[in-house]
Design a protein around this ligand. Structure first.
Ligand code: AVJ
Length: 319
């Protein structure tokens, strides 16, 4: 690798190098979300086939009063949100809580300063009376600070992002959340549920090609940021839902025997015809798996708040 090249993201370069050097090639879905990828994800959320966003919107629009009751906080509390994004769904919950005169401070955390600035503006316009204390930075650094305080916390981890983590990694992540939580603190986590395999397959293998573009953007990023010469027309996208383990696995695969070159990584990479790059896990849970996960982490599941189709849950856990 070149040294002294401040124009590229070091973690991205290292992970691409590792992922494309392994016997079975892989790239992390964490790298989907650059500016272009975040834009494509917005389009995914607008597709009729991609049900999770609408389901969670429905849950937070219609059941936030019950969520507030279940919290059982008397007095002030914080609502700490991990990876707040555009906050459209969260706004439904905040609006209801304000209407019920709950005494809380909203603490959105995001690594992207831009995302936080947009969110702040958005919330200030629509809910001007809210107390807000945004944080830009790493979840766990900020969590360590927050946990020093006596104030009870409701943590939000919405959108179903937990689905992107393999079992051990999910446990690891939630363990880190738990380490910043006091007894009585709550976690509200969005989790996509197992359902008709056709419904799930259609949400990821969409007929518009938007999910394909979302995955192909990883290759575009490699071209742009790692000065590579990947011929995008020589790759395609494939994904598959396995109802036996609840996993959607997504791949890019090579349409030909080919190589590309990266100037930043100072290496070339070769692909056989049909060779895959694993790009994403999107795990769908059963209720018993949710229970099992909570139990392993020493949480109590207080309630699963479901949408009317029972596709998705906002699962409320107590530490
Ligand atoms: C943002 C992780 C919840 O797994 O459903 C959407 C990302 N990937 N379509 C998901 C995604 C393909 C999404 N999450």
């Amino acid at each position: 690798m070149k040294i002294n090249t401040p124009t590229y993201n070091k973690a991205f370069a290292e992970d691409v190098l590792k992922g494309l050097s392994d016997e079975k090639k892989h790239l992390s879905s964490r790298y989907f979300y650059d500016d272009e990828g975040s834009h494509i994800f917005q389009q995914i959320m607008e597709m009729p086939e991609y049900y999770p966003t609408n389901c969670e919107f429905e849950i937070l629009s219609e059941q936030s009063e019950q969520i507030l009751e279940q919290l059982n906080f008397n007095g002030k509390f914080n609502i700490v949100e991990f990876g707040s994004g555009d906050g459209i769904k969260t706004k439904q919950l905040l609006k209801t809580f304000l209407g019920k005169n709950a005494d809380f401070t909203y603490v959105p955390i995001d690594i992207s300063e831009e995302a936080i600035l947009i969110l702040e503006e958005n919330i200030r316009v629509s809910l001007p009376e809210i107390k807000m204390n945004s944080k830009i930075g790493d979840y766990f650094d900020i969590l360590a600070d927050i946990s020093k305080d006596e104030t009870p916390n409701l943590f939000l981890f919405l959108g179903g992002n937990i689905g992107n983590y393999k079992k051990e990694d999910a446990i690891d992540l939630l363990q880190k959340f738990a380490s910043g939580m006091k007894k009585g603190d709550k976690l509200l986590m969005g989790i996509d549920l197992q359902k008709s395999p056709r419904t799930i397959q259609k949400a990821y293998d969409d007929p518009h090609g938007i999910t394909k573009a979302f995955n192909m953007n990883l290759l575009k990023r490699i071209n742009r940021e790692l000065e590579a010469d990947i011929d995008l027309s020589q790759f395609d996208f494939y994904c598959h839902y396995n109802p036996e383990n609840g996993e959607v696995n997504s791949y890019l695969f090579s349409l030909a025997q080919q190589s590309f070159d990266s100037k930043v990584l100072n290496r070339s990479f070769t692909f056989q015809k049909g060779e895959t790059i694993w790009t994403e896990l999107s795990k769908k849970y059963s209720f018993s798996e949710i229970e099992e996960l909570a139990e392993k982490l020493d949480f109590k599941v207080l309630e699963n708040f479901l949408d009317s189709k029972n596709y998705f849950t906002d699962s409320l856990w107590e530490k």
